[in-house]
Ligand binder design. Structure first.
Ligand SMILES: NC(=O)c1ccc[n+]([C@@H]2O[C@H](COP(=O)([O-])OP(=O)(O)OC[C@H]3O[C@@H](n4cnc5c(N)ncnc54)[C@H](O)[C@@H]3O)[C@@H](O)[C@H]2O)c1
Length: 311
């Protein structure tokens, strides 16, 4: 298939690109490429078409969307912490451009758009593993806008026939995660260790997250390509909660350099316990097992250390 990955030079997007190329698809990547070059796709030079530019720019988006069968949209301008303090930014940068892009995809004749929502924020601060039947009650503007995007996809499907899938993804981690963003505790801690800074351990035994390895996410999101006419919403997390204290213990076993940490209270934008029930998606992958957290934190640490040495 011909597939466009918007935001495909980022963390999740680049792993999706790897997966799609491996599966034999013809892949184009629309990204701002902030460093004026690809950060994560150099190894695919000549095998993917790069379309540099802003997803919000109509000409760029139109060029990228032309002739595509499906689109994966990974573009995002904020993170939950930024969004908590800047609602207008969240609406301007994440809602309006996304909805405009959905309509343009429909106009261009794309058959399906795959959108990445946020399993950690759309459900709001409720206990227990959420399944898709739980009524989403987000309190963070980031989750509110993600949910609004999900609703607008339903609107665009009704009005223009664009099929869509939504994946409400849990806490992703793995190689290539941004070290500059405040999102992603695994990446943030690794960057701090490599720079000799003190780790901030925010929260306690009740601060529980569902950490899911990025390559597992990319593999499971290929489900959307099995039927380009269907539309659905899926959780994508392991269903297993790990507290911030347990994660620190994993770091102590895996990280082979000394590091310092300090405990700080939970922030107002953090849900206490956030895990996802993904059985609806997993029924399509009989026998699938999520990667082991400790193994993959080790693999991620090795990747971060190698990149840090190069830098
Ligand atoms: N990282 C996580 O834990 C996580 C969890 C759940 C959902 N998500 C969602 O997954 C998506 C991707 O997240 P990520 O962590 O890979 O982020 P990322 O910042 O690594 O990737 C985003 C990419 O989009 C590009 N981009 C940003 N604005 C753009 C624009 N206007 N036009 C073109 N390109 C633009 C960036 O250059 C970057 O390459 C986001 O929608 C995010 O909300 C992420």
């Amino acid at each position: 298939m011909k597939i466009l990955v918007a935001g495909g030079d980022g963390f999740l997007g680049s792993h999706m690109v790897d997966r799609l190329v491996e599966d034999g698809h013809e892949v184009a990547v629309l990204d701002r490429f902030p460093d004026n070059r690809t950060r994560h796709l150099g190894h695919l030079e000549g095998r993917v078409r790069l379309v540099p530019g802003d997803r919000a720019a109509r000409e760029t988006a139109a060029e990228a969307l032309k002739g595509q069968d499906a689109v994966y949209d990974f573009v995002c301008a904020t993170n939950p912490a930024v969004s908590w303090n800047d609602i207008p930014l969240e609406i301007e940068q994440n809602l309006l451009p996304a909805v405009q892009f959905f309509e343009m995809a429909a106009e261009a004749g794309v058959r399906k758009l795959v959108f990445v929502s946020s399993g950690g924020t759309v459900y709001g601060p409720a206990e227990g593993a959420a399944d898709e039947a739980r009524v989403p009650l987000p309190v963070n503007p980031y989750g509110i806008v993600k949910l609004a995007c999900e609703h607008f996809l339903r609107h665009v499907r009704a009005k223009r026939g664009l099929a869509y899938d939504v994946y409400r993804v849990a806490n992703a981690y793995g190689p290539r995660q941004s070290v500059t963003s405040a999102q992603g505790v695994v990446a943030v801690w690794m960057r701090r260790i490599l720079d000799g800074e003190v780790l901030q351990v925010r929260g306690d035994e009740r601060t529980v997250r569902d950490y899911v390895f990025v390559k597992d996410i990319a593999r499971l999101m290929t489900h959307s390509l099995r039927d380009l006419s269907s539309s659905d919403t899926f959780n994508l997390g392991t269903g297993k909660g790990t507290s911030i204290v347990d994660l620190l213990e994993i770091f102590r076993r895996v990280v082979d350099v000394p590091f310092r940490f300090e405990r700080t209270p939970r922030g107002p934008s953090d849900a206490t316990v956030s895990t996802l029930d993904s059985r609806k998606l997993l029924q399509h992958y009989p026998g699938f097992r999520f990667s082991d957290l400790e193994d993959k934190v080790r693999e991620t640490w090795q990747d971060f250390r190698a990149r840090h040495r190069c830098a």
